[in-house]
Design a protein around this ligand. Structure first.
Ligand code: THU
Length: 158
């Protein structure tokens, strides 16, 4: 028997320590929370994707009376980004969320498993790591890639 461990590396910043470009993307994600449609959970999530053509595409969670029909902010952003700019590669994604009282979460909100898998597809298409910035009012986590959020991921083995 052999025991192995998988470690992920991330950097922890305060918002004001981020680069100007990263702060701009985080600001877009924070703004996008205002476009969340979440009357059921009242948890507003925003995502902003920087593409290699310089465009920033945003998304927000969209809920539905039939609960499973809704979608998360990250998937709304990545599906729209690729539908809008199919030739462009993703570079960085920023995610922010406001809790049920309307305040940004003090610690970062991390994407759910389905969003990690969906984002991984676009990282694979990009052929290069897509940085992930998770915003919290007190701390932000910066991960070097989507893959680092999804160890032992399922990939297409064609
Ligand atoms: N949500 C996101 O938008 N992103 C995540 O990564 C986790 C959860 C949304 C889904 C639902 O509209 C609300 O947050 C509460 O789960």
């Amino acid at each position: 028997m052999e025991e192995k461990s998988i470690n992920i590396k991330m950097k922890v910043y305060r918002y004001d320590e981020l680069s100007e470009q990263d702060r701009r993307l985080v600001d877009e994600a924070r703004q996008a929370t205002k476009r969340s449609y979440s009357p059921y959970s009242k948890f507003r999530v925003g995502a902003a994707i920087l593409m290699d053509n310089g465009e920033i595409v945003t998304g927000a969670n969209q809920e539905n009376a039939a609960y499973p029909s809704g979608t998360c902010a990250e998937r709304s952003a990545c599906f729209y980004a690729h539908a809008r700019y199919p030739e462009a590669k993703f570079r960085t994604i920023a995610i922010a969320a406001r809790d049920t009282s309307g305040h940004f979460t003090s610690v970062p909100t991390a994407p759910c498993g389905a969003c990690r898998q969906s984002l991984l597809e676009y990282e694979t298409l990009a052929g290069a790591p897509v940085r992930v910035i998770l915003y919290g009012e007190e701390t932000c986590y910066v991960l070097p890639s989507v893959a680092s959020l999804l160890p032992l991921c399922f990939a297409n083995f064609d």
